[in-house]
Design a protein around this ligand. Structure first.
Ligand code: UDX
Length: 459
């Protein structure tokens, strides 16, 4: 089949590469000429395991092409995917201008029947708006062309995007038309083997499914972070509690890891956008508001633990930070907890010496050449001679560390772990103070019970 894909961000590029990989002819369109030039040279602007190889392989086979020529993209295929960005606006709502611009272009250049597939995460009702914009553009030309708009939200995760796309848990198709569903079924057939993962529903339900999925996962995380904060104050260990509740199949083990807050391009933006859409529809989504509030507070937890360790005086300290990306296997720092921490440390007069296996360039892009941020080329180099160590991202190489080395090389024996990577007892045995998330026992044994912190928060 011939497919056009508008947008070469995470979703667009992965979708294009994966569809080309099973033999579809794919044309990817982007307004960003620099990005398209890079892709044509086989360079992939994002870090995603396996993606570069897949892009190069299919480009060389002539099945995956890149262009800035939007009208050509409209004419190229009968199936047109919209996978452009929907960044958040100040009020939390999603900015639909890119989506609607693509719709306009489709209406201006449509030359026969097309199925327009919404892949971007968009507020409920957007497919209807896209349809109206296309219809108006066609009418302005005095032309008549048939087309359908459907919703096909994407659930891939950064870091395992190809795996998620090629082995999907479900393929959601939002359309009332049997012919549209059939066409998409055909398109996805290579990735829909063994058992049928296709779930058909109306357009609005499909659009809401995407938000509901992300909101549910974000809620699980905020719930666990809240439990962690409670456990810490009660002298209980959230890691024990996690296993205790995860063993109930109704709860499950996934997405119940406490930490320093969720980040990335989806959860923060989608939780806010869902609350905003609900409000516009006359309903106050109080749970969504709380999920976001809990998460924002959680992003401040590491800083508070550092303050606790240094009696509130972080001025002129150098803090080693392991992990800048919002999660492992990505270079993405959007809404990353590391940023909240670094900004708070700078505010308090401390410097940061950070290491991340992939996100160093991203960090430079965000923070330029700040004097109070230095970027180390290895995690041990970042830690050597620092006042304390904080872990923000659970990259694999941080899991096994030489605590004796850390004890000898950190100026103060303080480790603040935002991902609960270590057994508190192992760390303490080496004479280090270990501040993890929700591990009440470690708080108690560090000699600083959580009460003063709790009082501070209330005040
Ligand atoms: C998410 C959804 O998982 C995906 O289905 C959707 O399409 C896009 O949003 P992504 O943002 O790539 O994907 O990352 P994910 O692995 O879901 O993690 C999101 C954040 O939650 C990270 O900051 C991660 O550290 C945090 N997290 C995740 C936790 O704090 N605890 C957990 O148990 C799981």
């Amino acid at each position: 089949m011939k497919l056009s894909i508008f947008g070469t961000g995470y979703v667009g590029l992965v979708t294009g590469a994966c569809f080309a990989d099973v033999g579809h002819e794919v044309l990817c369109i982007d307004v960003d000429a620099g990005r398209i030039a890079m892709l044509k040279e086989g360079r992939v602007p994002i870090f995603e395991p396996g993606l570069r190889e897949m892009v190069v392989r299919n480009a060389e086979a002539g099945r995956l092409k890149f262009s800035t020529d939007a009208p050509a993209g409209v004419r190229f295929a009968d199936l047109i995917f919209i996978a452009v960005g929907t960044p958040p606006q100040h009020n939390g709502s999603a900015d639909l201008s890119h989506v609607l611009t693509v719709a306009e272009t489709i209406g201006e250049h449509i030359d026969g029947y097309k199925i327009v597939v919404g892949k971007s995460t968009v507020p409920v009702g957007t497919a209807d708006r896209v349809e109206a914009v296309i219809a108006a553009a066609i009418a302005r030309r005095g032309a008549t062309h048939a087309f359908d708009v459907c919703s096909n939200p994407e659930f891939l995760k950064e870091g395992s995007a190809i795996e998620d796309f090629t082995k999907p848990a479900r393929i959601i198709i939002g359309s009332e038309k049997e012919a549209v569903r059939k066409k998409l079924q055909e398109c996805y057939a290579p990735y829909n083997r063994n058992h049928d993962k296709l779930i058909s529903m109306d357009v609005r339900s499909a659009e809401l499914t995407k938000y509901a999925a992300n909101a549910m996962l974000a809620t699980k995380i905020s719930f666990m972070n809240e439990m962690a904060n409670i456990a810490e104050r009660l002298g209980a260990d959230i890691e024990e509690v996690r296993q205790g509740i995860g063993s109930d199949p109704r709860i499950g083990y996934q997405f119940i890891y406490p930490g320093c807050g969720y980040g990335g391009s989806c959860f923060p933006k989608d939780v806010r956008a869902l609350a905003h859409t609900a409000e516009e529809a006359g309903f106050r989504a109080e749970l969504m508001e709380a999920v976001e509030r809990v998460n924002n507070a959680q992003k401040g937890v590491l800083f508070r633990k550092l303050e606790q360790a240094f009696d509130g005086d972080l001025k002129d300290r150098t803090i080693a930070l392991w992990g800048l990306a919002f999660k492992p296997n990505t270079d993405d720092m959007r809404d990353a907890p590391s940023r909240t921490l670094m900004e708070a440390l700078w505010e308090a007069g401390a410097s940061v010496r950070a290491f991340d296996p992939e996100a160093v360039t991203e960090a430079r892009r965000h923070y330029g050449e700040r004097l109070d941020l230095s970027l180390a080329s290895g995690h041990l180099e970042a830690a050597a001679g620092a006042d304390a160590l904080v872990i923000c991202t659970e990259w694999k190489q941080f899991r096994v560390v030489d605590f004796a080395w850390l004890k000898a090389n950190l100026k103060s024996p303080v480790i603040v772990d935002g991902r609960n990577l270590y057994e508190p007892e192992d760390v303490r045995r080496h004479g280090l103070l270990y501040y993890a998330v929700g591990r009440g026992d470690s708080v108690r044994r560090n000699g600083a019970m959580a009460e003063p912190e709790a009082r501070r928060e209330v005040a």
